[in-house]
Structure formats: structure tokens, C-alpha cells
Design a protein around this ligand. Sequence first.
Ligand SMILES: [Zn+2]
Length: 315
Amino acid sequence: MSRSQADYFFGYAGLSHDSGPDHPESPARLSCLLPVLESRVKKGKGRFLDLRPEPDLSAYRASHDFHHVDFLESLTPSAPSVNLDGDTRVGPPTLRALREIAGALRDLSAVPTGTVRRVFCALRPPGHHAHFHGGMGFCALNHLAALAVLRVQANPSETILVLDFDVHHGNGTFDILTRLLPQQQFLFISTHRYPFYPGTGSGRENREGPLGEGVLDIPLPAGTDDEDYRTVLEEWILPRWDRFAPATVLVSAGFDGHVADPLGDMALTEKTYRRIGEVLAERERGLSACFLEGGYSLPALAASVDAFLSGWERE
Ligand SMILES: [Zn+2]
């Protein structure tokens, strides 16, 4: 594999997870990415990894309340679907999808600190709103936070940067990291529209430790465009990232800040996503793993993921 390639996990079981009729978090969000990834593989840009499902959800037990994990494991084929909140439905296909994602977490948690690996995870349901006690906002479990906890368990000196560029604040990831990880070992950076769902991320909880660790919430107004985002990236995110110099970077890759997205009301284009991919590649010192979060215009999602990967793979 050339150094500039990424590996892809594609969650076929995620295609069966059903959020409900006319729900924006649809299986088509995942299926529209398959031709994008296949085309990149054909051109030698990336490669697919085998995604082997786990028999259970034990990968999530260190990062979520066991009652919630027990409940999700009870979604056997004869169980009815259940609404976790007004827009988050789970059922037996959700359990299959989550066991598949647990397989990705198992493999990613075993990558040694300092080994350069680049992995894009095209999976659903998304995860960044799921908090310690349960699911919310289209998310049943928090994959990125689960991986962060597993990696710190495997290597107690691990340092992790989380970058969340979804248009919504990564409240669930914030909750789990601040609750469970030693504070000197992570830097959580989230750019998001504010005020907006889920209501958190104002910047009041920002803090900076002596090594650059801590929390950097960057609330943005509706209508934020590429030029605005470039300023935020250059002046706020990169100096803090470079100061912390993390071994591992985990990304909540949400593309609902795109100008064509029906939910976000922002004005970003593929240009921003490509640039984020580039800065990720420029700062690589170990594992970089990206998890698909939001993005609800199918053409914009497909084009944005392609642009992001082009930047990341230094095309
Ligand atoms: Zn979102």
C-alpha cells in the first residue's frame, strides 16, 4: 500500500438499519458512498478492509452504561423496533449494524500507537450524539468515543485528538471523553453551528491544559462559508492541534455543513472538506480514523466524501 492511501471500512449491515419512513438518516446515505469508494479503489487510491462482525457489543461496554448496551443486545430478530427519542429508532437490524461496527473498533483498537494507518469508516447509524447513558439524535452508540476509550485502555500513555466537523455539536463524544478519559490525554475540538441542535457547544466548557489538551468548542453562525472555515482552521484549530501533537487522531466526519444540506443551513462546499483531509494528512503521526456522521443531501454527501478523501490521500 502506498503511504498516501487510505483503508476503507464499508458497513454493509448498516444498509439494513431503518431509522423510519422518510427519515433523513436513510440507508441511501451509505449506499451513495459505495460507488465513490469503489471508484477510488479502482484508481488505486484506497482499498477496502474486511469488516468482520463481533458476536456482541462488548467493545462498547467500557464507554456506555451497561443498561443501554444490554438493551441494544436484546434486539434479537423477533424484538420490536423501539424509539430512543423522537428521531432515533432502533431494531434488530440496528444490532446487526452495531456488531459490524464493533468489528471495526476491535481492529482499530489493536493498531499500535505511532503506527501510521489511515482508515475511513463508512458506517451507520452515526454515533457522535450517543452519550454515556444512551442514544439520541439518530445515534445508538458512540463508535468514536468507544474507540478512544479502548485505545487508552490498551495504551495508558496514548494521546488522542478528536476533531468533529459535523454541523451539530458532538455532545455525546464530549460527555464520554470528559467522563472517562484522563484529562491530559485528549483534546476534543468541535466546530458546529450554534445555537442549534443539540443545544450544547457554546464554548463555555472550553479549557486548555499545559500541553494543549482539553476542550475547544468553536460555535459558528448559520451561513458559515469556506473562507470563514479556513480562518477557523488556520487560526484556532491548527495551532492547538500542533501544540497538543497527538499520537492518534479520531474524526467525526459529518458533511451536513454543506451548502446543499437540507438540515444544516451552512455554506461550506467540497473545498473545505478537501482542506480538512489535507491537514489531516500533513499531521499524521499514527492512527487516523474517520467515522461518517451527518450529511443529508445525497449528491453533496458523495461529492464531499470524495473531496475529503482526495485531500487526505494527497491526490
Ligand atoms: Zn450532524
